[in-house]
Design a protein around this ligand. Structure first.
Ligand SMILES: [Zn+2]
Ligand SMILES: [Zn+2]
Length: 449
């Protein structure tokens, strides 16, 4: 029970709950599921596929890796590590940097005991306390057990995550799920470690917390070992055997801990003035303000909606405002590569005097066909190259691509420093108006002198 084993995906629900309290997501909020690079680390999903954009709910139900790693990066590795320690995970033998972002995919070890304690805390509306082995003499006072715990996640966030974990769409486990769903509900999650050495399944209901581990005690891999198909059925067999109280078939909604928030229907972020469709959903009370929808932007267009216009080129009476969904460039590129047709963004009016003044955006460094000689630092590593772009409109956002790979975006201060391998490269920058600039340049690494 106390042997430490790789956690697989089993810790993901806690990150999603913490991220809700932190104002990063609600269940409806979309997360990018596209090829992503954190330095040299690039997570992939179990099926090696990406979905473009997925809601947090779907990402958790399908246990997608890329959204989970992105979320951990946004929430903070250190904060999540501290949560695990505070919640009683006793097997974090290494410092957070040693685990890095793969922590959320099974980089850390857990034991069955701590896992049961964690999920009990989720079912206990975020109050985490030590499990105790019940002896006969303790049974009389078992109601007092959870009174002295630490409140680490809000009741509202726990409730929303429990509701996600009870959803049915679990690849490979539908049969078992359907067999039980009508009788008794349970929030559950499975996990499979790297190399399929360990399979986990943990379930929590208002009355019971069950944690199952399947694996070889000697840690030998076994291709049959998978959380969903192997530990899952065992979990339900056990759950089915336990006595149940019909009055506690599902967690009570903590109404006092939920408050309504108006969100963008398409993206699940807090609705902004430019979001065309909105809906009101329950959010954890006291969560940090949810980020406003960054994807909907209003633009002025000609009456036929063929061109965007600005104060320099619109004719009064011949313009109106429309709201457009601007996908993040890495998502847009990914969806287009998959053959998806995206609503096109109308180009700017070609007769605009603003455009005739030339491109408002320019790559300052490097110059076209420049040869960059990269020296080494004192410690022997090659220095980074600092790429610079100028934009006439100070508040503009610029999207960066190097060799057709999305690098990221900059606002106001358009500078990016990165390590670039030797050889020819292409830098391309694009802004929201569709202006672009390109440079080809050559990188040569200086030999040790
Ligand atoms: Zn929106
Ligand atoms: Zn214009």
């Amino acid at each position: 029970v106390k042997a430490a084993r790789s956690s697989g995906s089993i810790l993901k629900p806690f990150l999603y709950a913490l991220a809700m309290d932190d104002g990063l997501i609600l269940p409806q909020t979309v997360i990018r599921d596209v090829p992503t690079y954190f330095g040299s680390y690039s997570p992939t999903n179990a099926d090696q596929k990406f979905s473009g954009l997925v809601s947090a709910r779907e990402a958790l139900v399908r246990s997608l890796n890329v959204p989970a790693v992105r979320l951990l990066n946004a929430y903070g590795l250190y904060s999540f590590y501290r949560f695990l320690q505070d919640a009683g995970v006793s097997t974090l033998f290494r410092p957070p940097d040693d685990y890095g972002l793969p922590l959320i995919l099974g980089g850390a070890e857990v034991n069955l005991w701590d896992l049961a304690q964690l999920f009990r805390g989720l079912g206990n509306y975020g109050v985490f306390s030590d499990l105790q082995v019940l002896e006969r003499k303790d049974l009389k006072r078992k109601n007092s057990y959870f009174s002295s715990g630490k409140s680490l996640i809000s009741p509202g966030a726990c409730y929303l995550v429990l509701n996600i974990l009870r959803e049915l769409k679990r690849p490979g486990a539908e049969y078992y799920w359907q067999q039980y769903q009508n009788q008794w509900q349970i929030a559950w999650k499975t996990g499979t470690s790297y190399g399929q050495r360990d399979a986990w399944a943990v379930g929590v209901s208002p009355q019971w917390t069950i944690a199952v581990w399947v694996g070889n005690f000697d840690g030998e891999p076994n291709p049959e070992i998978k959380g969903a198909s192997c530990a899952g059925p065992l979990l339900f067999d056990l759950f089915n055997l336990l006595p149940k109280d019909a009055a506690k078939s599902w967690f009570a909604e903590p109404s006092a801990n939920l408050s309504p928030v108006k969100i963008c229907l398409e993206t699940g972020f807090r609705a902004g003035a430019d979001c065309p469709h909105t809906t009101v959903v329950e959010a954890p009370m006291g969560m940090k303000p949810l980020k406003q929808c960054p994807y909907h932007k209003s633009v002025f267009v000609t009456s036929d909606e063929r061109y965007q216009v600005c104060s320099l080129c619109w004719e009064s009476g011949h313009r109106h405002k429309i709201s457009l969904l601007f996908y993040p460039p890495d998502v847009a590129q990914y969806l287009r590569e998959r053959g998806q047709v995206l609503a096109s963004i109308p180009p700017h009016n070609p007769a605009c005097p603003g455009l005739q003044a030339g491109n408002p955006m320019q790559i300052v460094y490097p110059g076209q066909n420049a040869r960059l000689w990269i020296p080494r630092d004192i410690d022997g590593r090659f220095q980074q190259v600092t790429l610079r772009v100028a934009h006439r409109q100070p508040a503009s956002t610029i999207f960066w691509y190097i060799d057709n790979r999305y690098l990221g975006e900059t606002k106001e201060n358009h500078v990016k420093a990165l390590t670039i391998p030797a050889g020819w490269h292409t830098l391309e920058v694009v802004d929201r108006m569709g202006n672009r600039d390109r440079r080809r340049f050559f990188v040569a690494l200086k030999k040790r002198s």
